[in-house]
Design a protein around this ligand. Structure first.
Ligand code: HEC
Length: 144
């Protein structure tokens, strides 16, 4: 091999290595970008799972099943009752207390369990026991 060929070969090697390195760096950056792009938008968490964080009022009125009225309210009822949509008694503005005065706790329970008009049976908490529904209504009344 003469000097010129050796130099050219060495230059090509350096260039080649650079290209390989640059490609590797780009690939890593691309991979991060892809991971960022395809990561889930939300996070599903099972109650009790650490990733959920602790609901603010979780300590209140814990039932035998370990779910408080506040937990159930936030998970299943707030979607309607927080804003009072569809004519639901709005949380915190006295509407549920007015219902209690009209229907009594037995009436509230019956309507919450069986559903009434746009109020779905058990307020969509299908695995809620009657006790849990009652403690959830109590939570709503306590904060009314
Ligand atoms: C899809 C919306 C929606 C969800 C979710 C929902 N509610 Fe309701 N709820 C309503 C509406 C609408 C009414 C008013 C029904 C009526 O009287 O016409 C109502 C009324 C009630 C009443 C009053 C019943 C009465 O006798 O006047 C109670 C108690 C109640 N909801 C409890 C709950 C509980 C507890 C949950 C969650 C476990 C829940 N709701 C979830 C829409 C909802």
């Amino acid at each position: 091999m003469n000097k010129f060929v050796a130099k050219a070969a060495s230059a090509l090697c350096t260039l080649g290595l650079g290209v390989v390195l640059a490609t590797a760096v780009n690939a890593a950056a691309d991979r991060d970008a892809i991971i960022e792009r395809i990561k889930p938008h939300g996070q599903i968490c099972i109650q009790g799972d650490d990733t959920c964080g602790t609901p603010a009022a979780a300590a209140a009125a814990t039932t035998s099943a370990g779910r408080s009225g506040a937990d159930i309210y936030n998970r299943s009822c707030a979607a309607c009752h927080a804003s009072g949509i569809l004519g639901s008694p709005k949380f915190g503005d006295g509407a549920m207390t007015a219902r209690l005065n009209d229907h009594g706790m037995d009436g509230l329970m019956a309507n919450a369990i069986n559903g009434i008009n746009a109020m779905p049976p058990r307020g969509t908490c299908n695995d809620c026991s009657d006790d849990e529904i009652q403690s959830t209504i109590q939570y709503m009344l306590d904060n009314d």
